[in-house]
Design a protein around this ligand. Sequence first.
Ligand SMILES: Nc1ncnc2c1ncn2[C@@H]1O[C@H](COP(=O)(O)OP(=O)(O)OP(=O)(O)O)[C@@H](O)[C@H]1O
Length: 896
Amino acid sequence: MRVTGAEAVRLTPHESVREREIEVEQLHLDQVYRRLEEKIDEAEFLMHDAAQRGQVGTPGALAERDAQVFRAGIHLNRLNNEFEDFLFGRIDLLPGKDGEKGPDGAYTSVEPADDAIRADHTADIAESLHIGRIGVLDSDYAPLVIDWRAPAAAPFYRSTPVDPGRVVRRRVIRSKGRRVLGVEDDLLRPELTAALDGAPLAVIGDGALMAALGQARSHTMRDIVSSIQAEQDLVIRAPAASVTEVSGGPGTGKTAVALHRAAYLLYQDRRRYAGGILIVSPTPLLVAYTEGVLPSLGEEGQVAIRAIGSLVDGADATVYDEPAVARVKGSARMSKVLRKAARGALEQAAGAPAGTGATRGARKRPAAQAGQLTGQLAFGDDDPAVQGPGSGMGMGAGSGADDDVPVGAVRTDRLRVVAFGRRLELEADELDRIRRTALGGTAPVNLLRPRARRLLLDALWARSGAAARADSYTATGDAELAAELRSGFDDDVTSEDAFQEFLDAWWPELTPRGVLAAMADERRLSRWSRRVLNQGETRRLARSLKRLGADGSGPLSVHDVALLDELETVLGAPPRPRKRREADPLDQLTGLEELMPRREETQRERAERLAAERTEYAHVIVDEAQDLTPMQWRMVGRRGRHATWTVVGDPAQSSWSDPDEAAQARDEALGTRPRRRFTLTVNYRNPAEIAELAARVLALAMPGARSPRAVRSTGVRPVFRVVEGGGRGGEGARGTAGGRGPEGGRGPDGGRGTDGRAAGTGRGRARGRRSGQGPAGGPAESPAEGLAEAVRAEAGRLLEQVDGTVGVVVAMNRRAQAARWLSGLGDRVVALGSLEAKGLEYDATVVVSPAEIADESPAGLRVLYVALTRATQALTVIAADRDEPDAHGVPDLLRD
Ligand SMILES: Nc1ncnc2c1ncn2[C@@H]1O[C@H](COP(=O)(O)OP(=O)(O)OP(=O)(O)O)[C@@H](O)[C@H]1O
């Protein structure tokens, strides 16, 4: 903004300095954009020119041209992306110890020269660097903007008044599009009188960080690139070798740091990370919340952000298991059960249940019906565990008119073939022995089929007279003839449809979903889980897996996905057509089509594609690592066998009940790689008032654990409200919202008396009355008067109070109910179950019935701790009877 003379008169001296400094930055930004436009023109010219030249030249020249065009295209794409605050920072530096410049054109020295500061505490600024989302050089290769990830930008984040290095002033520049809106400075050497181009160094405002933290939250996370703090920067730029472990309480920026680290690693070594970076997130909600951050940092290509329930290709878990079931499915013991189930499913398919006298069973049972004997699943054509034609109907080897085999069914209790003009037969005993021999060891079941086939042929060969003949050839030294005879025999047998059909039925290809569905039969499962799970666990597991249906295609739970992945390993993936390798973009370059305008792939689509193409990654980042079950660690571990890792988490927020078992699985996944540990200590999300309340729950959940230090205080204390009867079934319960009379709530100022009432009779409630509708859509006098009305009223009040989002956190089994309570309040408010709240944040939250959340699972107190730490500005706790609230509405759990 240009300050005219008339305006300047009206400005206070302070304001005029601010305006002048904004103007200085505006001039620089204009210069940057001019340069960017030149670069865009260059890139466009290059692309056009290359297209004109077509496919002429030597292969080497063409490859070089393609590479150039490709680079230009990527650059163009980035430049064309309309970045908010493209340029966001500046540092003014003292002269350095040496005069060496780095590749970005900036001096590399971190420490000031010995004579940088004069005896009278004055100094001159030797260099000013602007920091932005990508680096820009001017036509003389002098830096106009330094990429935030470049080494020269590190002092912007790292310098502190205690250890300022060369930095005298750090400036955060706020801009929108091409317009600079404001600047905020930190003076890192306040004792110094510094001059820039002969004029005193101006210092404007303070609290760029505070301004960022106070901003309203939306449904997507913002990057923190302009205000990364020193302890966070250490993690982001930590060397990638081995394992980087980051712990820190709620709101300390673990997720933000993890995302920025992915962008940093790509910047540092793009070729190495062309192998892909996987970010594992606990929920699809958190994926949706965070997936915009990387594109805003100019990175989206090589990073796949996946929810733990979507890590297996094609699986998209929509269901949460009850805690007792989740405990069983998540336990490392499941790997044993699954191994047995995979082998058991195969035996079942062939009609010989393990341990029940397979021969007898097999004799009595026609193969296609064998599974039906246990009452649940038909192993055979409709067998969910079986893929492909399997035991297809047809005139198979074993089909015959005898016994009780339906016409056309393939028998698996005997094999009959004709070879070398002789009828050969293997009986059930022999087949059973062969199967057991083939299954010996730990190799994947589906991959053992060739071995089983070979054993069958050996057995048939042994019964054929040809074997004796071959032996005599061998004895007379004609081994070649013996081998020919054998190979002719094998050809003869295997060319018969009968043999192939038998094999398909007797050793079908099993699918993970099919085996999982097969485990829904409790009797069968108890055989497979013997001495591993107890009866209750087996029952719960079988019951839960019924959801998958007989064909295994039903909805998956989050914990089922790790089981599927394990089964994929145990069964062995059937060979798939090879897909194109995702590698360095330059390696894959095929020509101009890479650059032609196409529909932009979304981050999610790209993630899907990458995940489908990759089974392993070069770097794995695990967010909310404390929540991974042992089975999930095994699943994630398989994706990073050769990777470096960044693992971020907070044990105090863990919803897993057996931390020791999880720690062991984590150690196995991370192997013996050396670890670097970091701790983040400052809570940037919650104001101190909310953090204090959460700390009370932390003291119960994890005695002795330390809360992070809240960086700001708003003076707005949590509000408590009471619903009588609200704990008894929610919607159906009657009660009085805020019905404890004048003392029913504790006001935002910490005072008691009016707020509970005000909320109870507030806007949300009035709206309900006006429309003649209760929160659940029924008449106002309906039972929704209770908890539903209180929640709705409070959400309505908070929507008035904040500009951004409101989250209503309820126990998992109330999710659907709560969504109905809030219907019509708009999309700034959302209802979520306690486990879904992981990692998310809202301007304001309503936590409904803490006791209910805490009682949900053995880790309930830690889950409640998560729920209470989601708000950036305001928190309301609605207590029901079960919370045993005191006269002020404070639940028993949350009292001092
Ligand atoms: N340096 C920073 N500058 C500005 N905002 C920050 C900074 N660090 C963190 N934040 C903000 O603080 C909030 C919490 O960050 P984040 O979600 O990454 O924390 P977390 O440690 O993952 O929390 P939780 O454990 O509760 O999931 C976010 O809004 C984030 O943008």
